[in-house]
Structure formats: structure tokens, C-alpha cells
Design a protein around this ligand. Sequence first.
Ligand SMILES: Cc1ncc(COP(=O)(O)O)c(C=O)c1O
Length: 478
Amino acid sequence: MDSKEFRQAGYRLIDWVADYLDHAERHRVLPQVQPGEIGARIPAAAPDKGQDMAGILDDFERDILPGVTHWNHPRFFAYFPANNSGPSILGELLSAGLGVNAMLWQTSPAATELEQKMMVWLAGLIGLPAGFHGVIQDTASTATLCALLCAREKATGYAFNARGPEAVDPDRPLRIYCSTEAHSSVIKGARIAGFGDRNIVTVAVDSDRTMDPADLQARIEADRKAGCIPCCIVATVGTTSTTAIDPLAKIGPIARREDLWLHVDAALAGSAAILPKKRWILDGIEHADSLVFNPHKWLFVNFDCSAFYVRDPGHLERVMAIDPAYLQTDRDDQVTNYRDWGIQLGRRFRALKLWFVMRSFGADRLRAMLAAHIALAAEFKGWVEADPDWELLAPVPLNTVCFRHHPAGFDGGDEELNRLNKALMDRVNAAGRIYLTHTVLDGRFTLRMSIGQTGTKRRHVEEAWRELRTTAAGDPGA
Ligand SMILES: Cc1ncc(COP(=O)(O)O)c(C=O)c1O
């Protein structure tokens, strides 16, 4: 591809993306394809001869686009937002154009120093107290794994890294504490870090689904009596199912008193701390050893971009750093080499898109956008509560509403309601105008409205509510 063809295809693609974002609503949110259907359209092997870009883009529209789920559709209410924005896409493009590998300071000084500054900017936006040091990771799952590895090494005096699993006496296993509502990445991280599923202690939650500090304390004490070694608490600020906010101000002192690593998983909700009214969600964060939140979920930075903060980067480096001759540089004692702050060596230049987003939006606009999402969720909650045929199933501290269809006078039990709500969700999603997903709360099949896409306005939320009600009313099975 010469630069002329690159420009032509590039202009066409920028136009395509701009039109796409302007008119995402033209698409069904969830594609209507069967497993294998898209794969069958793609040849079994790579072509021997190069093909022209115009044809490739045509094929994208014909063969790939029909199988795309439109995460940036304004009526995407499933899972969690993965919101996007023009400045972020341009930052990503520039990063791809530069093709930088930010593994060492020397492999692109600007990438490291911009990343350091962006982590300071973000920390300022969410009101993080002084003393935290940030690094961009690909995902919250990776950041949580890093935190668990740090906790493991702290608890074993770096012996696990040196000696492997035999550093831990099988009769005195290391224990991790998280609530029953913690994300699956905690379990996956604990497996990879060698703790073992049976050493993940699930702490009870209160009626609002936040971690019960008294139960946490009791479980730590019971473990100590049994000879186990309490190692790490993972608190969740914004649980995946309901965005419940674990009380850091109560959990933190337990972690300090018991000398445990406290990792805070604020993957979705952390972004909300940019709002002065929501800053309380991080009350007690001063007790944490590490924190992760995802600008790629709810801060208009496209996937992927997770902000990982640690209190003691020296400890992180001691756990992660391996120093082969081929990676050493003359400046190693003067600079930060982010290769030592995470799992992979090669690192993308993600700070560019963060820089673009924070400068282009400005903090005021970012705050206004998040506040609008939260206000829409509060409004939707009000509609559910006011309608006798619907039932709210969890508190709504942020952008996610958990609810179900429960027709007035319906005298079947939960099992029947579960069937009814699953059928309703399937029908609504199959119609393609909105997309929402579910969770299960105390055995109850629960619909979730997660409001946070960049283009989502009040009318989209109204449309979703109308769609849900008319589908429920029109279909005796739903
Ligand atoms: C609370 C919580 N933690 C972690 C994750 C995983 O995030 P990531 O995809 O960045 O690993 C999620 C995603 O849903 C989440 O809700």
C-alpha cells in the first residue's frame, strides 16, 4: 500500500466511522446471525496475492458488519457501557500510526512520560489522595491479577516468586477475601496466581449487596485460628450485577489492622468519582494498596484502557521486574520502565487517547455526561417503581437498574417469574431495537438496564421502557 492508497482508504474509513457514529441507530443493536454464519463467509485461507483496500472495505460491509454487535448504539443497555468518542478514536489511530512499543522509557520516552502524566490527571479527576502511582493496563482483569501477585509476594516475603508453590505450607494456605458479588476476574486471577479456588473466601453481603465488614472480620479471624494466612482483600466499588459499593471506609481499617493487601476493583464505577456528588464511592480509598478502574468502560475512551494505581511501585517492580541484559539501558536508574509494572513486555501507546479525550472533552463535559447517565438511570428506576406491573430488585447508586416484570396480581412463584422475564428479554433482544442483559439476584432472574453509551439520550431510555412494556403486554408468554 503506497501513501496515496493509504490516504484514499483512510479518508473513506474516517468518513465511514463518522457516519457510523452519527447513525448507529440504523443498525439492529444485536445482530441476527447464527453461530458459524459469519465464519462461513470468510475464505478458509489467506490470499496468495494482495487485494486492494476498496474491495476489502466492501467485503467488510457485506460479510463482517452483519455480525457486529453495536456497543456504541445509543440503545445498547447490556452488560456495562464501553463507550467511545471521536477524540479517543483519533488517539487510537495516531497510536497505531506511530506503532510505538512503550515497554521501556527508551523505546519511546514520550509514551512513558505522557502515561505518567495521564495517570496523574486521572487521579486528580477522581480525587485520589496523594501517594498513588499509576500505570495503564489492558483490562481490569490484568490489573487485579497484578494486585494478587503483589499480595502473594508480600505475604510470602517474595518466596513464591523464588521457590514456587512450595513456598506456601499446604496446611497454612494464603487466603483471599471478596464478597459473593465480586467479579469473576478475581477468581480467575486467584487461580492464575496460584491461590486455588478453595482459598477464595466469599464474604457475605448486606441487604444492599455490599460487603459485610463484620463477616469479613469474622472470616479472617476464623482463618487465623485454623492456621491459614490471610493475604488479600478485594473490595468492589460498583459490583457487576448491581453496582453495589463495598464500604471501603470500614473494610480499609480491617485490612490495615490485619496487615492485608487491599485491592479495590472499581472497573465500571471508578469513573463516577469524577463527580463531586459521587466521590463518596471511594471514601476510604486511602487504606488501599491498589485500585483499578476502566476509562474504557465509562470515560469515553475506547477499549482497551484500564487505570491501575498502586501505593508502592517499588513493591510492584520487585514482584514484576526481570532484568535481562537485552532490556537494560543506561537510563534505567533515572526513569520508569513500565515493563516492570505489569505482565506483558510490549505495551501500546494508550496514553494518547486518554490525553485526547481529557483535553477534548474537558473535565466539565465529562462530568456532565456521566451525571446525565446517572440521572437517566434514576428516572428509569422511577418508572419501574411507579408501575404496578414492574418491580425494582436492587438499589440504584449509579447507572444500572435491576428490575423485573412482575404483573400485578400474578400469583406464580419466582420460578414462573424467571421464565417469564427470560422470555421477555429474549423477545426484546430478538427485535433488535434495544439490547439488555440479565443477572440473577437471590435466585431471581433480573433484567439490567446499564445506561452509559456516549450517544444515549433520554429518548433512547424512553424507547427502551416502551419496548419492554409493549412486549410484556403483547405476549402472554413474556
Ligand atoms: C467489577 C468488575 N470488575 C472487573 C471487570 C472486568 O473488566 P475487564 O474486562 O477490564 O477485565 C468487570 C467487567 O464487567 C467488572 O464489572
